[in-house]
Design a protein around this ligand. Sequence first.
Ligand SMILES: Nc1ncnc2c1ncn2[C@@H]1O[C@H](COP(=O)(O)OP(=O)(O)OP(=O)(O)O)[C@@H](O)[C@H]1O
Ligand SMILES: [Mg+2]
Length: 392
Amino acid sequence: MSHVMTIALEFRDSRLANEIRQVLSAVDDVQIISWLDHVGEKGPKAVKTLPELILLEDEPDVGAIGARVQTIRKNFPDAAMIVVSSDRRPERVVEAMKAGVEEYLLTPVDAKGLAAAVEEVRARLADAGQISRGHVHGFISCKGGQGGTFLAVNTAVALALRNDRDIALFDMAFQTGDTTVLLDVKPEKTIADISHNIHRLDVSLLKSAMQRHDSGLEVLSAPLRPEEGDDIQPAHLKVLLELAQTVFHEAIVDLPSEHIGDHAMEVIRACENIFLVTDFSVTALRDAARLHQLLLAFHLDGDRVHFVANRYTRGDSVSVDEAEKVLDSKFFWIFPNDYATAISSINRGMPLVQQAGHSPLGKSLQSFAEKLVNPRIFEKFRGVRGMFGQVV
Ligand SMILES: Nc1ncnc2c1ncn2[C@@H]1O[C@H](COP(=O)(O)OP(=O)(O)OP(=O)(O)O)[C@@H](O)[C@H]1O
Ligand SMILES: [Mg+2]
């Protein structure tokens, strides 16, 4: 679940700058910008893009490294800094570190050390919620009524309740628009208003069309009447999600069940993860496998498409193994069946993660949300446990 990190290089020595560029070209998800003539010292107005990391060449004749670092840090308080220097004197290193750089790397630059330092900065910024370019996650039921909307809503609320990121839910199932029912919100504006004003869409217009749920989640509802969805063009959804990624850390999208039209395809292209929701019935599994094939036929990167099983009951006539054989893939997550709690939460308009957060389904939903933002956890656990507590 990557994020493209912008790295500014403020280097006078072009040979050294090229060497650094070469190393960084092997690091995933970074974009490099060059800062000439000490624009870092001039401030944010002198640059086009705000970097998340600044790599600074130590130029002894320009002055004390500590003072330079402090000036640049003042200008770009949200950016991390790494100094690259040929000066090995301990007092120089201490001066730079005291001024707040993350790393002091000596020339010739060790490629592995630089790549590791960049990854460390990325992880730290992500933990601090400072990375602004968000992720989009889409939910599609492979057959009507598999629980796609229920899972999208509860995942979004579980993320919002963590209280450390800005989370949005976009209802792009225009015909049904069920998310408002599950959240008990009464939208005054919807995605149709965004679409009508797409040419002047900015952050304030987007936010003014969204409803705030008491969990902290921001929701953009589907059109109030299905026919209002007719004016929404696929290109509008692209623009909308691009903007949303600059405002929210995580954007969850509820997509229509079964049918992948041009609108859904536009959303899917913007998604970092697409969750195909199925239960354990043979027909749903078959539909899931077909939908998967369809997405791959659209040249979608298979790593982004995940199967999610819903309504698992131990001892089901179709086992997890058998289901995975039909799909020819492993499930990313398996949600337990709990119809009574699920339906009561829907009827009360209170998401299950709020109403019954301690139930097995509530806990599974929270763990799934956790995995979404922290993919390294739960390497084995996939949402349910077997009779003896073992992972399924
Ligand atoms: N894990 C679960 N256990 C039991 N019931 C569930 C579970 N998940 C969802 N449900 C139930 O499944 C029903 C359908 O859910 P939902 O509306 O989210 O499905 P959908 O796939 O979005 O349907 P649609 O095709 O209408 O978009 C709801 O009544 C919900 O209570
Ligand atoms: Mg739905």
